[in-house]
Design a protein around this ligand. Structure first.
Ligand SMILES: Cc1cc2nc3c(=O)[nH]c(=O)nc-3n(C[C@H](O)[C@H](O)[C@H](O)COP(=O)(O)OP(=O)(O)OC[C@H]3O[C@@H](n4cnc5c(N)ncnc54)[C@H](O)[C@@H]3O)c2cc1C
Length: 300
């Protein structure tokens, strides 16, 4: 049985920060991730709103966080966590690499994209439909694309795509954007972006197995090779079952990042937080590690 003080699930910015602080508190830490360390940072082209760094590439920030952990002797272990069980004062964590035992658990599993719900959406992923402009944008050089959404991600990625694509059609179901004003101002003044406010995409048409056009609720058809969907996120919390309290899948915590089960903490995008950003994920990680240290002292 592999044992540790604190088992951190997810090596995005939240999990890596919690690991950094926990290591500095002198705890033994396991940091698990089913993918490459960095989480959603690896999907971001440039981050402009993380204080002190100016503009930074998402993968560079991830790499730097990983290097800092490396200096403390910790690297993320590649494994998927499938369940957590309370066992007396400890927790048993089932993973793709076997079972672990920990005194405390920090859930930092983040979130993923939400689907638009189009009939052939799944079939067209990789054939014109994408949820990640940084990953797939370069395939649409000089082509026409449709972006759906009105939050920060949709606006940032519409701007990013406008540098690559011939034309960007931005469709949003409300008549105002939800995202930051600084971003919506940039979008509105960008000549390559055409706005379709108070409209909805209802159909993705295909030709030869690839997206050919997108249809709006009023029957208007926009010819496009790409459809980028940014309509919200879904928390990666299904593996938790009924272990702790959740709200629409997001883990309920208090300001100390404590969940409804003593010894289990949740941080970053997976929790019910009003703002899902790198800076908030990092802040959550620091608080959780501090609170775990206090908890472990109380229990010992
Ligand atoms: C396209 C895009 C652009 C963005 N732009 C910005 C921006 O400009 N500024 C900004 O501040 N924020 C931005 N964000 C948001 C920011 O990336 C997130 O808020 C942040 O990454 C959340 O960090 P996290 O650690 O909570 O989760 P994540 O980064 O999602 O990391 C969670 C990690 O948990 C792992 N995981 C999940 N389930 C399991 C499991 N069962 N077992 C093991 N591992 C698991 C995942 O593999 C992942 O590595 C953007 C996000 C996207 C997608």
């Amino acid at each position: 049985m592999n044992e540790c003080d604190v088992f951190i699930i997810g090596a995005g910015p939240a999990g890596m920060t919690a690991a950094l602080y926990a290591m500095r508190y002198g705890e033994s830490v396991v940091l698990a991730d089913q993918g490459a360390p960095g989480g959603q940072l690896l999907l971001i082209d440039e981050i402009e709103n993380y204080p002190g760094l100016g503009k930074v590439k998402g993968f560079e920030l991830a790499e730097n966080m990983e290097k800092e952990l490396g200096k403390l002797g910790l690297s993320a272990t590649f494994m998927e966590v499938s369940s957590i069980k309370k066992d007396g004062n400890k927790f048993k964590i089932s993973t793709s690499e076997g079972e672990y035992e920990a005194k405390a658990v920090i859930i930092a599993t983040g979130a993923g994209h939400r689907e638009l719900g189009l009939e052939n959406e799944k079939h067209l992923v990789g054939r014109g439909i994408s949820y990640c402009a940084t990953c797939d944008g370069p395939f649409f050089k000089g082509k026409d694309v449709v972006v759906v959404g009105g939050g920060d991600t949709a606006l940032t990625d519409a701007l990013y795509l406008s540098k690559i694509a011939n034309k960007v059609h931005l469709v949003h179901r409300r008549n105002e954007f939800r995202g930051q004003k600084v971003l919506s101002d940039k979008v509105r003044s960008n000549e390559k972006i055409t706005l379709y406010l108070s409209h909805q995409v209802v159909k993705a048409n295909e030709e030869g197995g690839k997206l050919s056009s997108v249809e709006l609720e009023n029957g208007e058809v926009i010819k496009a090779d790409g459809l980028f969907i940014f309509v919200g996120i879904t928390p990666n919390s299904s593996f938790l079952g009924s272990l702790i309290e959740t709200e629409n899948g997001f883990v309920v915590t208090n300001g100390k990042m404590e969940t409804s089960l003593e010894g289990v903490y949740a941080i970053g995008d997976v929790r019910n937080t009003p703002l899902r950003q790198v800076s908030t994920a990092v802040g959550d990680g620091a608080i959780a590690a501090f609170e775990v240290d206090e908890y472990l002292k109380r229990k010992s």
